[in-house]
Design a protein around this ligand. Structure first.
Ligand code: COS
Length: 395
């Protein structure tokens, strides 16, 4: 389909790494709830930390399809590794690369690309999740910069990142046009992370609250002009949704690969499980949905590189891949039966990991909202009146 022989070669390389190295710690980090120190340097060594950033700023720039394949293959064996790489590249690095000026790019990007440090994205707040425009964190203008107060929540890599891009309101007016974006680094006075959250899935990934307590952010660490932060973060999420969709796709593929092999090898009444129609048909549905997701994800990835707006396609990819991931991982447990509920096989972990994909970076309902707004707009703009009676005027 969309991939070239180079993409296929790259996938083979990443799959070897994932199956040989990542798989060896995936169960352990799920149990221990710690993203181990040795993993980030290794991810850096293999070029996973600057995948959407130009080499000029320390990145290892690849096209978005290659990047999606990387996230997919890492997630196929470990969701915590997949989301750490996805959130870092798409959400942490991207806003600085895309909206930062030359000084900001040179100041921040080398460390969070090949420098091996992680970056995070602070948008969500206790009162501003799906309604991202409800941001309350406030950046009060002071001499030479801003004094920031507020709280961000459910932030991936919050405790282990070096750098974080975040939104804050720069005027008291309600609405999205008073939201601006900034960069902050750990170690800045008044900026701190909360305790690590005890989660259902993605337990290796470091999720915490972030607190701003009179944090001074100099003017030069504001990204773009005041009031542009909401739009910048929405554009960032368009790309983030491609990578989170790739993560869901990888988790689905991982669970499916185990389930189909199990159904081929395990015998019941003397015949392989998969030859029982109830199981065989379920596998057929799983394989078909995965393939449909893959087309949507790869297509959205390619659109991102074309420079055209791809909000609808990334929302569709995320919606479909997240729902497919949940269906496939759940079905895989059913096919394995009782043993599928244990950690002897990875399917229960993959199922716990994939639930986030229906919530993070916009719930499935938000994706439907984004898609429905855009398709209605397209319908309004289309001149075609196919199927309508002649002269129909909206009665
Ligand atoms: N690309 C470019 N511009 C965008 C955009 C996008 N993807 N999405 C919105 N905008 C622009 C709009 O065009 C509008 O600009 P103008 O005022 O100049 O016309 C502005 O941003 C405000 O957009 P909108 O009116 O659609 O904002 P809403 O408050 O209605 O919010 C939703 C829209 C609900 C879609 C948004 O809040 C959202 O995506 N919420 C989910 C957030 C999320 O995913 N959180 C996960 C946490 S991050 S891990």
């Amino acid at each position: 389909m969309w991939t070239t022989p180079e993409h296929d070669k790259y996938r083979k390389k990443i799959r070897e790494f994932a199956e040989n190295e990542v798989a060896s710690y995936a169960t352990q980090i799920d149990h221990d709830q710690i993203f181990p120190d040795h993993v980030v340097p290794r991810l850096n060594e293999l070029g996973f930390l600057g995948m959407q950033v130009d080499k000029k700023y320390g990145g290892t720039y690849t096209d978005t399809l290659t990047y999606a394949i990387a996230v997919e293959e890492l997630s196929r064996v470990c969701g915590s590794t997949g989301i750490t790489v996805a959130a870092h590249n798409s959400l942490g690095n991207f806003p600085i690369y895309k909206f930062g000026n030359e000084d900001q790019r040179n100041k921040y990007l080398p460390d969070i690309t090949t420098g091996g440090k992680l970056a995070a994205f602070g948008l969500t707040e206790p009162g501003a999740g799906s309604d991202a425009g409800g941001t309350k964190t406030f950046a009060e203008k002071v001499d030479g910069g801003y004094k920031v107060n507020g709280t961000k929540c459910w932030i991936t890599s919050a405790g282990i990142c070096q750098t974080c891009v975040f939104t804050a309101r720069t005027s008291k007016e309600a609405g999205t046009k008073s939201i601006s974006s900034f960069v902050v680094t750990h170690g800045t006075e008044g900026f701190s992370s909360g305790k690590k959250e005890n989660k259902l899935g993605l337990r290796g990934s470091d999720t915490r609250f972030l607190h701003f307590d009179d944090v001074f952010i100099p003017d030069e660490d504001r990204l773009g002009e005041e009031g542009q932060g909401f739009k910048q973060f929405m554009i960032t999420l368009d790309g983030g949704r491609v990578s989170i969709a790739a993560m869901a796709l990888g988790l689905a593929q991982g669970a499916y690969d185990v389930a189909v092999k199990y159904a081929a090898l395990k015998k019941q009444d003397g015949i392989p499980l998969g030859h029982h129609q109830g199981i065989g048909f379920k596998l057929a549905d799983m394989a078909t949905q995965i393939q449909a997701s893959r087309h949507l994800v790869y297509h959205a990835a390619m659109l991102k590189d074309s420079g055209n707006r791809f909000s609808k396609e990334s929302a569709m990819a995320k919606l479909h891949a997240a729902e497919t991931g949940n269906f496939v991982c759940w079905s895989a447990i059913g096919i394995l039966g009782e043993i599928g509920l244990t950690d002897k096989f990875p399917v229960e972990r993959l199922w716990r990991d994939v639930k986030l994909d229906e919530i993070g970076e916009g719930t499935s309902e938000i994706q439907r909202l984004v898609i429905s707004r855009l398709i209605l707009k397209e319908a309004m703009e289309s001149e075609s009146m196919y199927g309508f009676p002649e002269g129909w005027a909206g009665e």
